[in-house]
Design a protein around this ligand. Structure first.
Ligand SMILES: Nc1ncnc2c1ncn2[C@@H]1O[C@H](COP(=O)(O)OP(=O)(O)OP(=O)(O)O)[C@@H](O)[C@H]1O
Ligand SMILES: [Mg+2]
Length: 200
């Protein structure tokens, strides 16, 4: 599985199927070719990333490294998006990944308009070298443009009919329903194909 760090990646799947585990794996793979990784750690799943020397502050210097932000509420989330967009969009040499795990705790269906800086990042970030990564438990409950703007969609097992319908344009819902724990389907829009992967 080849991941270009300036593209958008969305991982969907029911709770406990392996989204965060795979994201941590992918992060480690791209570390050496990425200047900056900013993690919006809503569920505090990335405390081990501390070993990589990140800071838990908004006063980052944006040179290099991994920065993890504890996000406790919607206000933190808004602030995170604003600071990241303002600083990153004014830089020249950019290779930045911004990771949101689990975005649906904040962004509901068609709610992106409520978060103008997040929307800017989603719609214009690519031009600034910002690769957005998302983990989403319930794709039916988040703004549709997150999936439609994704170059890579990775799906773990899901069985809710609305969630299956939300991803049906990209991967076969029947295959998603039958996936075993930690198995996933990988969709790459540039190759326009879907590959089934065994657990990492
Ligand atoms: N490929 C794997 N091999 C072995 N264990 C795994 C694998 N993927 C995940 N696990 C384990 O399964 C558990 C759930 O995984 P994980 O936290 O990644 O799920 P998740 O999809 O992020 O769930 P949630 O939506 O609740 O955040 C964890 O204890 C994790 O260590
Ligand atoms: Mg998780």
């Amino acid at each position: 599985m080849k991941i270009s760090s300036s593209k958008r990646l969305t991982i969907v799947g029911k709770t406990g199927k392996g989204k965060t585990y795979l994201l941590r794996n992918l992060l480690i793979k791209v570390l050496s070719r990425t200047i900056l990784i900013l993690i919006c750690d809503i569920k505090h799943d990335y405390h081990r990333i501390r070993e990589m020397g990140k800071l838990e502050t908004f006063n980052f210097d944006l040179k290099s490294g991994v920065f993890r932000y504890k996000v406790q509420n919607e206000e933190d989330f808004r602030r995170f998006n604003k600071v990241v967009w303002q600083r990153v969009s004014s830089r020249k040499n950019r290779r930045v990944i911004v990771l949101f795990d689990e975005i649906s705790m904040y962004i509901g269906n068609n709610q992106l308009a409520k978060y103008p800086f997040h929307k800017k990042m989603l719609l214009m970030g690519r031009a600034y070298g910002i690769g957005l990564w998302y983990a989403i438990q319930r794709p039916a409950l988040v703004d549709k443009s997150i999936l439609s703007q994704s170059s890579y969609i990775i799906s773990f097992q899901m069985d809710d009919l609305r969630d299956l319908s939300a991803i049906s344009a990209y991967v076969n819902p029947e295959e998603i329903r039958k996936l075993k724990p930690f198995w996933y389907l990988y969709y790459d829009d540039s190759a326009d194909k879907v590959v089934k992967h065994a657990p990492v």
